[in-house]
Unconditional design. Sequence first.
Length: 142
Amino acid sequence: MRALGVDFGRKRIGLAVSDPTGTIASPLETVKQRAGKRPPLGRIAETAREWEVGHLVVGLPLDLSGEENEWCAEVREMARKLAERIEVDVSFMDERLTSVRAQRTLRSVGLSRAALRDKSRVDAGAAQLILQAWLDRKEGAR
């Protein structure tokens, strides 16, 4: 069963997908979030259907002390609506510092400075890290 990883941001939403065995996460794309508009849940649901996703994994933007904040409530609501739309269960993963780790990873593979300025790569990479953490935790529970 494939899982879809989602990194909800105020400007961009990073997406990642697992392989069919649920072992490895790969970055997919980044969907733009327009200010003052509803989240593009239809576009994300379309991606989920394309990849035949059976589970949704969403990064939860806890503050640095590990507490939930206002943005967490919005993310939970968007995730609930998306999960209903694609008829799958949703899990949440702590996403603290995933964007920083994604940017470091991209830098370590030798991407040019121009490529590093492309925030969409970072957002899709953050979604990949969120999803991979969930896959690894799930694997350890077996």
